[in-house]
Write a protein that binds this ligand. Structure first.
Ligand code: WT7
Length: 646
């Protein structure tokens, strides 16, 4: 596929926080002298007791440990709120848009948010929550979710957010794993015009969790839900009597801030644990530079707080930078596919950060939904969560951003706390589909399967050779698992689980999880590459490719393909797509099977559940494993019922 290059636009080159020369210079400094670099950068945080020691980290078994700014103390909530009150107290911190466009928006200033957080923190304390206690948050995308997070941070409690789309079982598992005694929830959530019975889910989950002694429930829809006397507290009644004065706890830099559960390739979800000081530096700094953020700008990250993107780039990063952050309760395509862009127009959003899966879904609906909105305030676009195929990238750039907005395609993970490989809009020429270059302090390396470093252009496993402040510090309750999962595949290196290509310009192209890499006749191929080719076809909306056993080639290629709305897939199209892929990549990438399907099995965060597709590809469908995180389990039944004969 052709490799377009988009140079930094004139206006960005001259006006941005970081230009190309500055990026080069500072990147070199950040890796040559991390002590000095981070000592300086960490000044962006208000420390209570300044740190003297900057970095104390090792990825090696003998002296394994990750500690940053370890003798410093701070409070993250104070950094997100209190420090802004004198100068920006009346600026809007959170701009909230409801699911239903006819419901009024909410505009919450820093001063108001501070007050709400203090009152709620006092309610938590009254419920017995203190330093180091785990608080499970199962809330929809409402401002109170941010209030809850910040209140935990204020009193030194550790929050564990469980995405409000997860089932009662999944919720119970996460409550038990971190042994939390309190759950924060709402009567119901609202998404795409549908109600989600959150309180009922909590009640069901708690049948399995005798350790939970307190539930604080926010009234969102006013539904008539049973309240258990002695356990359940009404949020607003509870805060009404609380003082608006709540001192911020002095926390150690390495005290835990939050746990967030994420799926690995094996076993039950792991509680990824982040600590306070390094995460604060990383979330605020990456938000500042990657989005070139200046106070006063309207910024919207369309992620749910149930995912790490919502933690770092809806709440913590933006608020530490004094931003106005948009919080959206709804979905991209309800009531219609213009919804995102209507919200952009309503609030005058300048920076929009979204996921490729949403973009592909909207692209499939046609350009008119975008074009009938203005979007004239947009100046920067972002992408996160999965590789963005060049076709979606070009659409985002041309149709949504009208060619004037750079796109920051940010590669990172729950484990990394914030962006790792990403363009900076004033510094980096863009290549559609590439996350481009490492952020300050990030040292990526490609290694082959034996761990041998690959120099220059090439393909390999993406590892990071040294620690960065935002790195996770452990798997909750299982210190062995942290080291085992990330540092034993390639001893002494952090293994990301991703495959990656580096081109002659040093640009990184994430090819997908290593477990998605397939080997066809001895040739390694990123499934993302084949998917990208399929999706580049005008009638294809989305595609997922997995390996399948093949007598001659070792592995064959099994492609699940979703067509655009008006397309009726048939044998002719199947043949055409096979030819198309051969043409786009080469005969080696010829799909062996194409299964047309109206939808792909996705988690509620929109990630395709490849594990299931791989099992179907391998014809090993007797045990598909845990499907509890699927948005729509019936998709799997449909796939199974319609497998093409081999
Ligand atoms: C995995 C991490 C990043 C926060 C949300 C997802 C994939 C993420 C990109 C990107 C290519 C990407 C990787 C990574 N990924 N962003 N810009 N380009 N791949 O966090 O659920 O922990 O998933 O998402 O495979 O390992 P996560």
């Amino acid at each position: 596929m052709g490799e377009a290059i988009y140079p930094v636009p004139e206006s960005w080159a001259s006006g941005a926080l970081v230009n190309a020369a500055q990026y080069q210079d500072r990147y070199v400094r950040s890796v040559n002298d991390p002590e000095e670099f981070w000592r300086e950068e960490a000044r962006r945080i208000d420390w209570i007791r300044p740190f003297t020691r900057v970095k104390n980290t090792s990825f090696h078994e003998a002296d394994f440990g990750i500690r940053w700014f370890e003798d410093g103390t701070l409070n993250l909530c104070a950094n997100a709120l209190d420090r802004h009150l004198a100068e920006r107290g009346d600026a809007i911190a959170i701009l909230w848009e409801a699911d239903d466009p006819t419901e009024p928006e909410r505009r919450i200033t820093y001063r108001e948010l501070h007050e709400q957080v203090c009152r709620f923190a006092n309610l938590l304390k009254q419920q017995g929550v203190g330093r180091g206690h785990r608080v499970t948050i199962y809330l929809p995308m409402v401002p109170e979710a941010a209030v809850a997070m910040l209140a935990c941070a204020r009193i030194g409690a550790i929050h564990s957010i469980v995405f409000a789309g997860f089932s009662p079982d999944a919720l119970a598992g996460r409550i038990k794993d971190c042994d939390s005694s309190i759950v924060l929830t709402a009567d119901e959530g609202l998404r795409g015009g549908r109600k989600v019975p959150l309180k009922a889910n909590v009640d069901e989950a708690l049948n399995q969790c005798p350790g939970v002694t307190s539930v604080i429930m926010l009234r969102r829809t006013g539904a008539d839900v049973p309240m258990l006397a002695g356990r359940d507290v009404d949020w607003h009644e509870g805060v009404a009597s609380q003082s608006a004065d709540c001192p911020a706890e002095e926390m150690g830099a390495e005290d835990p801030l939050f746990i967030l559960y994420t799926s690995g390739s094996t076993g039950k979800p792991k509680g990824v644990m982040h600590t306070t000081g390094g995460y604060a530096v990383w979330a605020s700094m990456t938000h500042h530079y990657v989005f070139d953020y200046r106070p006063g700008q309207i910024y919207w990250c369309a992620a749910d707080i149930g995912w790490v993107t919502g933690h770092s780039y809806v709440v913590y990063g933006p608020l530490m930078n004094g931003a106005t952050t948009v919080m959206f309760e709804g979905v991209p395509n309800w009531p219609d596919p213009s919804r995102f862009w209507q919200v952009v127009d309503k609030f005058g959003v300048e920076i929009f950060y979204g996921a490729p899966t949403a973009l592909r879904a909207l692209m499939r609906e046609g350009d008119e939904w975008v074009k009938k909105t203005s979007r004239s305030t947009l100046r920067l676009l972002g992408s996160v969560g999965e590789p963005i195929n060049p076709e979606a990238w070009e659409w985002y750039h041309k149709v949504v951003g009208e060619r004037r907005c750079p796109i920051v395609d940010t590669w990172w993970q729950t484990e990394t706390g914030g962006t790792m490989i990403t363009p900076l809009p004033g510094a980096t020429a863009l290549k559609p589909g590439s996350a481009t270059l490492p952020f300050f302090g990030v040292q990526p390396m490609l290694v082959d399967n034996d761990g041998k470093p690959i120099e220059g252009a090439g393909d390999g496993c993406l590892v990071i050779t040294d620690s960065w402040p935002g790195q996770m510090r452990g798997v909750w309750g299982d210190s062995e698992r942290f080291f085992q999962t990330y540092f034993t595949t390639f001893p002494g290196l952090y293994f990301t689980g991703d495959g990656c290509r580096r081109d002659a310009d040093g640009y990184y192209w994430i090819t997908g999880r290593i477990d998605d890499v397939i080997n066809v006749s001895g040739h390694r191929m990123g499934t993302a590459e084949i998917e990208s080719a399929l999706v580049a076809h005008s009638r294809v909306a989305e595609a997922a490719v997995v390996g399948m056993p093949h007598d001659i080639k070792g592995q064959g290629i099994y492609a699940f393909v979703t067509c655009n709305a008006e397309v009726e897939p048939d044998e002719a199209l199947r043949k055409e797509l096979v030819q198309w892929v051969r043409h786009e990549i080469g005969p080696i990438a010829t799909p062996d099977i194409i299964q047309f399907t109206p939808a792909l099995p996705k988690t509620r965060s929109g990630k395709i559940m490849r594990r299931i597709l791989r099992k179907i590809g391998e014809n090993d469908v007797s045990n598909l494993g845990d499907t509890s995180t699927l948005a729509d389990p019936s998709v799997v039944d449909h796939l199974l019922a319609n497998r093409p004969a081999t």
